[in-house]
Design a protein. Structure first.
Length: 160
């Protein structure tokens, strides 16, 4: 049985590539310590809550990326390829970065680049994210009625 090929690089719109490349490099640094990963996910969730986009398509995508990163950092989900994890973390970092291609202070316009980049990341990682969602659903079934999903706001272990 052969392993699937790594996911393609996200097709980030050209005007956002430089900022996304910066986020990708930051993601590689963040992946060196698990506590940084939990911080990135928490900041992304906080931004969703502050901006009221938690129920939007982008909110769904950001939460999916966050759950993948958390499950991997907790070593609950180990089937995630390294490249997928780098892109997932980079997408989250781009989303939370205050100075991305279009600053979020510009209200609606500030989210255009976030939506474009997060969507490109999710599209590039589609197969790995679908595999994660299947694992997540099976985990919920195995956990039983008392725990139907991975905890999204449980404190992170402090070991790095």
């Amino acid at each position: 049985m052969s392993t699937p090929p790594p996911p393609p690089s996200p097709s980030v719109p050209p005007r956002y590539r430089r900022a996304f490349e910066t986020a990708r490099r930051a993601a590689q640094v963040a992946l060196e310590r698990r506590t940084r990963l939990f911080r990135v996910v928490n900041e992304a969730y906080d931004k969703l809550d502050r901006k009221g986009s938690a129920t939007s398509k982008m909110g769904h995508d950001v939460r999916l990326l966050g759950r993948l990163v958390r499950a991997s950092a907790r070593r609950q989900y180990r089937q995630v390829p390294w490249r997928t994890l780098v892109y997932a973390v980079a997408g989250l970092i781009y989303f939370i970065a205050p100075l991305d291609a279009i600053p979020d202070a510009l209200l609606v316009l500030g989210f255009v680049d976030d939506i474009a980049v997060v969507s490109a990341v999710v599209k590039a990682l589609r197969e790995d994210l679908q595999a994660f969602e299947r694992w997540e659903a099976s985990w919920a079934v195995e956990a039983g009625p008392a725990q139907t999903a991975l905890p999204v706001s449980a404190p992170a272990p402090m070991d790095a």
